[in-house]
Design a protein around this ligand. Structure first.
Ligand code: UD1
Length: 427
């Protein structure tokens, strides 16, 4: 299993190209199951999760063709053609490795009238149930059965019909499944308390490009007018706001100066505001977002929230940064329980962090010291890389496969702007 060694202390400077968004691509790829025409995705990031999703689509009978990306990943595109659905089963082996596999549920029931998808089960950042996904499909007339670890969903004769889906709280994934099912349901669907994340907007824009009719895109109440069929399209995946935010933290924690080329300020207002409050300089230009820092960072108090609030996917990276701020910060995680798995590892590097329930008190220290560390999820792994960039000596981050799921060519991108970083391949 690969690991990454970082020798800290280098000030990062230069330009990092931001890749296509992982969380957008994982909901865009299943859209291809909604039509028998080819759908092409441009700006496709080179990520382990994209490969896994491609194999899942193949398993459902879709053909996939990858092109480009010779320039280290940029310019990669994938054309998917699901002329017919050969299998409506998403087996445990896929869902176990990648929770987002559950996003085939909506499109399969809408197009093929049925789907059997393994229940994702627990994961490192909490329990993460799928009850809201299932309630959304039921509101469109699907019958749901749970058996032997699988969800079986059946559309009534004549297919799904429009309905009102009222979410009790915001769920990104459930909104995505609801949208992908509603676009082929008969009549009108109203989705109340829908997620407003930029990835949801990207999904809506792609569905519209395929012929769907969706009102209020980017708002809490979405109205979908179902269509009998959707067609193919070519769609460009949005830039990854979490990758951009992570590298913004890399600039801040190393007292560096990075241009995050292609990043969009509107997707990350809350993150940019907190970076400024922490003392970083943030400038939006036609090329992207420039983040620079000089000297000590200031403490900030942050609570995670659905968009446009501060994203839970940036909590771990900010924690590493604030571990070196001059003063005490308070972080509160409101989206996922158990999302502080990085805290003990940061502690081993000298950070002073105390967790109590959903809150973490981060007392800034003068320095972090490199150590051998390991994380159990993607963003937690990134927080350890960030800590390593600023720490004294060498940090050895084990189990890099989490990072490979969500950060395209991490060590190349950081190495090119001055980080002393290398991948150690074993076997
Ligand atoms: C997505 C993102 C993830 C991000 C999260 C919140 C992808 C592939 N993943 O995950 O990176 O951290 O949004 O922005 O896009 N919940 C239920 N029942 C459900 C569904 C969700 O109780 O049926 C709960 C979850 O346990 C969690 C909260 O709702 O506490 C929000 O989760 P949700 O927005 O659904 O996250 P994901 O879509 O899984």
């Amino acid at each position: 299993m690969d690991s990454i060694k970082v020798r800290g202390g280098n000030r990062l400077s230069g330009t990092i190209e931001i890749s296509g968004a992982k969380n957008a691509v994982l909901t865009l790829l299943p859209c291809a199951l909604l039509t028998d025409e080819p759908v092409c995705f441009e700006n496709l990031p080179r990520l382990a999760d994209v490969d896994s999703f491609m194999h899942l689509l193949n398993q459902h009978g879709a053909s996939t063709m990858l092109e480009g990306g010779h320039n280290g990943g940029f310019g990669r595109k994938m054309t998917i053609k699901a002329e017919r659905i050969a299998s409506t089963v998403a087996p445990y082996d896929f869902v176990r490795k990648m929770r987002a596999s559950v996003l085939v549920l909506g499109p399969l029931v809408a197009r093929a009238g049925e789907a059997t998808v393994s229940m994702p089960g627990g994961c490192a950042i909490g329990n993460r149930p799928v009850d809201l996904h299932l309630k959304a499909l039921e509101a469109l007339g699907a019958e749901i059965e749970l058996a032997a670890g699988y969800v079986k969903a059946h559309a009534p004769d004549g297919g799904l019909r429009g309905g009102t889906i009222a979410f009790p709280f915001v769920s990104v994934g459930a909104t995505e499944n609801a949208l992908m099912a509603a676009v082929l349901a008969r009549g009108e669907t109203v989705i109340e308390n829908a997620a407003k994340e930029p990835e949801i907007v990207d999904l809506c824009n792609c569905l519209v490009a395929m012929g769907a009719e969706i009102e209020n895109i980017g708002r809490a109440t979405l109205v979908v007018h179902g269509k009998e069929r959707l067609g193919g399209t070519t769609y460009r995946v949005m830039p990854d706001r979490i990758e951009a935010g992570s590298y913004a933290c890399a600039a801040a924690i190393t007292g560096g100066d990075l241009m995050l080329a292609g990043a969009r300020g509107d997707d990350m207002r809350a993150v940019l505001a907190e970076l400024r409050d922490a003392g970083a300089e943030v400038e939006e230009t036609g090329e992207g977002i420039r983040v620079a820092a000089d000297g000590a960072l200031k403490p900030v108090n942050i609570s995670t929230a659905p968009f446009p609030g501060f994203p839970t996917d940036m909590q771990a990276q900010f924690m590493s940064m604030l571990a070196l701020a001059k003063g005490t910060s308070l972080l509160t995680e409101t989206i996922f329980e158990n999302r502080y798995m990085h805290v003990p590892e940061l502690g081993r590097m000298g950070a002073d962090i105390e967790v109590s329930g959903r809150s973490a008190v981060v007392k800034g220290v003068d320095e972090l010291v490199g150590a051998q560390v390991m994380a159990t999820d993607l963003r937690a792994s990134m927080s350890l890389i960030l800590a390593g960039l600023a720490a004294k000596g060498e940090t050895h981050v084990l189990r890099v496969y989490h990072l490979d799921r969500g950060y395209e060519r991490l060590e190349d991108k950081l190495g090119a702007v001055g980080a002393d970083i290398e991948r150690v391949s074993e076997g």
